[in-house]
Design a protein around this ligand. Sequence first.
Ligand code: LLP
Length: 418
Amino acid sequence: MDHFSHKDGVLHVEDVSVEAIAEAVGTPVYIYSRATLERHAQVFRDAVAPAGRTHVAYAVKANPNLAVLKVLAGQGYGADVVSGGEMARALAAGMAPGDIVFSGVGKTRDELTAGLDAGIGQFNLELEEEGRVLGALATARGQRAPATLRVNPDVDAGTHAKISTGRAENKFGVAIDQAPAMFDRLAKEPGLNLRGVAVHIGSQLADLAPLERAFERVGQLVAQLRAAGHAISHVDLGGGLGVPYRPGETLPEPAAFGAMVAHVTAGWDVTLMFEPGRVIAGNAGVLLTRVVWVKPSSGHPYVIVDAAMNDLARPALYDAYHDFVAVRPTGERLIANIAGPVCESGDTFAMGREIDAMASGDLAVFRTAGAYGATMASTYNSRAKVPEVLVDGARFAVVSERVTPQAILAAERIPEWL
Ligand code: LLP
């Protein structure tokens, strides 16, 4: 459920007309619904609660906007971060350091140090050497770093290759068959409190079966590690639950995911950790755009909008589908291609799609853009960095300003020798 619907013929986010936002902020602009974020946070938390002791760390990468993080902190969420920058955001949003998990395959020594200095709750180790370095850094500070070893279960998540992480050839985690020996060695590090394992096999998963297979393998590993005398108190099951992007598409509900988790992990006697991103933020945001031209072509007409691949990269990167809906639908339909102004043929959001009829100047939204939308934006073609707005009932606020091409230009320098 979300809070984006047409009222009196005009698309509203909660009680705010998106036309009012377009007028106040301009387009393109991302718009998030606080009520939707909160609802998704509650639904996920309730879904995994039957599994026992749980800790939910929102995957900041999905939508790292400070106001979004503040909303989720208010829901008792911690954060899963993959860089020093994300850690700083989670802390700035008021998340407790102990509720932050530091993931990522390339954490630098500086980032590990910053994590120790902040006293974050858990480091998910990606390789043995990282564990040794973290242990040494922690020892030097008189600390013991809470950590898990991320394993790669070699499971095909059945998702787009670019967002699959749990196959043996992916760069993530350590091979699960090498994990017991590595765990033995790392557990001896005095600076580490190696307390469990972590897994994450991919994103936008449309099927629970690969997750279940991965979790079963992790369960076997936990038993093996305990048999070898290790105290295992935490298992991090990652994120990855998919969301519907197409109208009428059905995906496993969080409740079904939670039931599967409760079933597979029964008897593990650990704190289960989760790192959901998309399922929290995806359907809580839209990208509002204005039609610049409707350009005839030899095939379907091109609806050229003022948002582009630099604002929403997912269609160009992953052939992703984002539903495109008129702010004031007339009931008439049109088969069209939807494209942005960037000078690449790849700057195309859809080809030959049936959409609401559009004319130059009309407003429309790309839906399900709350996750991996604004955060992946760039300023390619010297376009502005897209702004973000948060709606809360009948009020809204700009939560990230449009950074103009002029402001970006002002940060560049011509050396005096040029
Ligand atoms: N935990 C780890 C270790 C991850 O690598 C990810 C996502 C998550 C949690 C959150 O996964 P989620 O619940 O959001 O599926 N840019 C791509 C998605 C990249 C996902 C990367 N890792 C896209 O736009 O589809």
